[in-house]
Ligand binder design. Structure first.
Ligand SMILES: [Mg+2]
Ligand SMILES: [Zn+2]
Length: 224
């Protein structure tokens, strides 16, 4: 079935519990609300893609085979919950390798868009670190910082400027649903709507955005 859009998800601290350089498939643990949020996104017709930096490979902590085992375990856990991922991309390099795929660089998203055939500007990027938000901004996506993993701390620091800050993937799914429901023309006025929303974001940094205000936003493309 053709997807209506794609959600690009960070792995550690976003979908599964953050473990410092996770190297054991048995320690893969879904975050509370992960499966439910992903299920809701899939039910909206959205594709789900994992985009993850795994420099533990380049640092020699574990190899690619181990990462694939971890991803198999993750897919097994999600399958039990009725969730299927459409793709998984990982960067095996360490920061000093200066590759083009380590987030916030866009190599993995470029690969995903080529393989799966979608417009990154119409996608949603969700993660718990500034590099996730910056990746999303670099490809023109709508960006979410989630307050799981390192996200709670990052949100407090204000070191990055996502379109939305949410507590978990269930909240992310709800926001995405509202954005999509808002208007089929949302993407033509997305920038204006988003800048209106990010004004609110700085004023109410600690709160989930009231989406009703976004719904009341007058899109110039629709009214002018
Ligand atoms: Mg993360
Ligand atoms: Zn890389």
């Amino acid at each position: 079935m053709k997807k209506k859009g794609f959600v690009l998800l960070d792995r550690d601290g976003t979908v599964i519990v953050e473990r410092h350089y996770l190297s054991d498939p048995d320690r893969v643990e879904l975050l509370p609300g992960s499966a439910a949020g992903l299920r809701q996104m899939a039910s909206m017709g959205l594709g789900l893609v994992l985009i993850t930096n795994q420099s533990g490979i380049g640092r020699g902590f574990f190899d690619e085979t181990r990462v694939r085992e971890i991803h198999q375990r993750l897919q097994d856990l999600l399958a039990v919950e009725g969730v299927e991922l459409d793709g998984i991309y990982f960067c095996p390099h360490k920061p000093t390798d200066d590759c083009d795929c380590r987030k916030p660089r866009t190599g993995m998203v470029e690969k995903a868009t080529k393989c799966l055939g979608f417009d990154p500007q119409k996608s949603f990027v969700i993660g718990d670190k500034p590099c996730d938000v910056e990746l999303g901004q670099a490809v023109g996506a709508t960006t979410f910082l989630v307050r799981t993993g390192y996200g709670a701390k990052v949100a407090t620091e204000g070191s990055t400027n996502p379109d939305y800050i949410v507590n978990n993937l269930v909240e992310a799914a709800e926001v995405i649903q509202k954005i999509i429901a808002l208007s089929s023309q949302r993407f033509s006025c997305g920038d204006a709507a988003r800048s209106a929303v990010s004004g609110q974001l700085s004023a109410q940094a600690a709160q989930v955005l009231p989406l009703l205000d976004l719904a009341n936003f007058n899109c110039p493309d629709l009214n002018g």
